[in-house]
Design a protein around this ligand. Structure first.
Ligand SMILES: *Cc1c(COP(=O)(O)O)cnc(C)c1O
Length: 473
C-alpha cells in the first residue's frame, strides 16, 4: 500500500504534463483542449494501473510525455474522416457504402450552402411535399404507382409493417430471417413494428404449401426478404415472388418484398449474376417493395418504398413517417443520382458504385502495376512489392455469391509484420484500409478511385519511412 501511495505521488499532474508538452511544442497546431484530454486520459490510466497493482512504479516524465504525444496523434483518427478503401469490397458498410457521383456531390454542396426549394413548389410558390419530385423519378424508374422515401431501408421495412400489419401476423420463410450488419435482425424489426412473426418452412426449404397452411384470419402480409449476405446451395427451395403474389392476392393479404439492395440497373449486361429489380418484383405482383438507396443503387443512405398508391399513401400518413424523413442533403443527392439513371449510356461511367463494378480487370491490372512500380522504388530493405490477382466483392447485401476478378498491390513488409503494416496504413494522414493474407498486405485496386492512386502511394511511402528502422517483433 505504501508503495502504491508513493508511486501515485510520483505521477505528474495533468497541468504539469500539459505545460511541459506546450513548452516542447508538442501540440502541433491542435486545440489545447485536445492536449488536456489526452493528458488526462494517460494520467488516469496510469493511476488506475498503479491502484490495481498492474503497474509497480510510475514511468518517468519523458515516457509520460511521449505517451500523451502518441495519444494526441491517435486522436486525429477518431470519428469519421476520409479513407482509401483498398479492401476490394465495393459496398463496404463500415466504410460508408456507395460513393456519390460528382453530380450528387455538387447538388448537396449547393443546397447546404444556399436556401433550397425543399418544400416549396417554385411554380406556384405554395408548400409541397419534400419528396414529391424524387418519388416521381422513382415511379418512372421502377414502374410503381407511388413511392415513399425514408431514412434507410430498415426504416422502410419498419414503417410498412407498422402501418399495414400492426396487430396482425406476418409470414416469413425460415430461410429468410436474416440479420444484416449486426443491428438489423428481421424478427426484432417485426416485433417492434407491432406485427407478429409467423415462421414457415425450414432453413433450407420453404414451399408454397407452407405459406398456404400458415395463412389465416389473423394474417396481414407475407413478407419476402432478400437473403442479402449469405448463400445457400445444395438441397434448397424457395417460392418465387410471382407465386407468392398470386397466393397473397387470392387470400386477400399483402405481399411485401424487402429486396435489400434493390438495383435499378440490370447487371446481366456485365456478365455477373442478376439482382432482382424492384420493377420485376412489382410486375410479379408484390404490393410493396422496399430497398436501400446506398447499396447497388449507388446513392445516399435512404430507404425506398414503392408499390400500390393507396398503400404507399397510408404509410406516408403514419406519424412514424415524419420521424423517419430524409433531410435536404439526402434528397439533393438522391435526386441527382436518380437523374443519372435517366441517361443509361453514361450511368456506368458516372455512378462510382456501378463504375467500380464495371471496370475491366485489365484496367485495374495496369494501375496496380503502375502503383507497385512507384512503390518498389521506395521500399528498400527487405520489403517486396508485387502485383497479384485478387477477388473483389460487391456486398451491401447484393450478389453474395459473386466475386469480381481484380488485381492487388501486394506488400511483403519485411521489417515488420503485415498486421502492423496495415495498422500503420490506417494511421496515415490519408488512412488506407487494406487486408492481410499470409503475412502480406493486399491493396485491391478495384475499390481505389484512379484519382486516389497518388494519395495511396504517398501513404504507403510514409509507412515505409516510419517503419524502416523498426525491428520486427
Ligand atoms: C441492407 C438490408 C436492409 C437494411 O437496409 P439499410 O438501408 O441498411 O437500413 C434490410 N433488408 C435487407 C434484405 C437488406 O439487404
Amino acid at each position: 500500500m505504501e508503495d502504491r501511495q508513493e508511486s501515485l505521488r510520483k505521477l505528474p499532474s495533468v497541468e504539469v504534463v500539459v505545460e511541459k508538452l506546450e513548452g516542447a511544442g508538442g501540440a502541433s497546431g491542435r486545440p489545447r483542449r485536445k492536449m488536456v484530454m489526452a493528458a488526462r486520459e494517460v494520467v488516469s490510466e496510469l493511476r488506475r494501473a498503479i491502484l490495481d497493482g498492474s503497474l509497480a512504479e510510475a514511468p518517468g516524465e519523458e515516457e509520460i510525455l511521449e505517451r500523451v504525444g502518441r495519444r494526441l496523434a491517435e486522436s486525429r483518427l477518431e470519428g469519421i474522416r476520409r479513407v482509401i478503401n483498398a479492401t476490394g469490397v465495393i459496398i463496404h458498410t463500415n466504410l460508408g457504402r456507395s460513393l456519390l457521383a460528382e453530380e450528387a456531390r455538387r447538388a448537396v454542396d449547393e443546397v447546404v450552402s444556399s436556401y433550397a426549394s425543399l418544400e416549396m413548389d417554385l411554380l406556384t410558390g405554395k408548400r409541397t411535399s419534400r419528396t414529391a419530385h424524387v418519388c416521381s423519378l422513382l415511379a418512372d424508374l421502377t414502374g410503381c404507382e407511388a413511392a415513399l422515401v425514408v431514412n434507410n431501408n430498415a426504416a422502410a421495412v419498419m414503417l410498412v409493417l407498422n402501418t399495414l400489419c400492426s396487430g396482425r401476423e406476418v409470414i416469413v420463410s425460415r430461410g429468410e430471417l436474416v440479420e444484416i450488419g449486426g443491428s438489423f435482425r428481421l424478427p426484432e424489426i417485426i416485433e417492434r413494428s407491432g406485427a407478429k412473426l409467423v415462421e414457415v418452412g425450414t432453413t433450407n426449404r420453404t414451399r408454397l404449401e407452407d405459406y398456404e397452411r400458415a395463412l389465416g384470419g389473423g394474417t396481414g402480409a407475407v413478407l419476402k426478404v432478400h437473403q442479402s449476405n449469405f448463400m445457400m446451395s445444395g438441397f434448397v427451395e424457395s417460392v418465387p415472388c410471382a407465386e407468392l403474389a398470386d397466393l397473397a392476392r387470392d387470400r386477400g393479404v399483402l405481399l411485401i418484398d424487402d429486396l435489400g439492395s434493390g438495383a435499378l440497373h440490370d447487371f446481366s449486361d456485365l456478365g455477373i449474376e442478376r439482382e432482382p429489380l424492384p420493377r420485376d418484383s412489382l410486375r410479379s405482383g408484390a404490393h410493396l417493395v422496399t430497398f436501400s438507396g446506398d447499396k447497388l443503387m449507388g446513392g445516399p443512405q435512404a430507404g425506398v418504398v414503392v408499390g400500390e398508391r393507396d398503400l404507399v399513401a397510408e404509410c406516408g400518413r403514419n406519424p412514424m413517417a415524419r420521424a423517419l424523413r430524409v433531410d435536404k442533403m439526402t434528397l439533393a443527392a438522391l435526386q441527382a443520382t436518380l437523374d443519372l439513371y435517366l441517361e443509361p449510356d453514361l450511368l456506368l461511367e458516372r455512378l462510382p458504385t456501378l463504375r467500380m463494378i464495371a471496370t475491366p480487370v485489365e484496367r485495374i491490372r495496369e494501375r496496380a502495376e503502375r502503383v507497385a512500380e512507384a512503390l518498389a522504388r521506395e521500399a528498400g530493405g527487405e520489403a517486396a512489392i508485387t502485383v497479384a490477382e485478387a477477388e473483389s466483392r460487391i456486398r451491401g447485401g447484393a450478389l453474395p455469391g459473386s466475386s469480381l476478378p481484380s488485381y492487388a498491390v501486394v506488400i511483403s513488409p519485411g521489417v515488420i509484420a503485415a498486421d502492423d503494416f496495415v495498422f500503420e496504413l490506417r494511421r496515415c494522414e490519408v488512412p488506407v484500409v487494406g487486408r492481410v493474407s499470409e503475412d502480406r498486405v493486399l491493396l485491391d485496386m478495384r475499390t481505389v478511385e484512379p484519382s486516389e492512386d497518388g494519395l495511396l502511394i504517398d501513404s504507403v511511402k510514409h509507412v515505409f519511412a516510419r517503419t524502416a528502422t523498426r525491428e520486427r517483433s
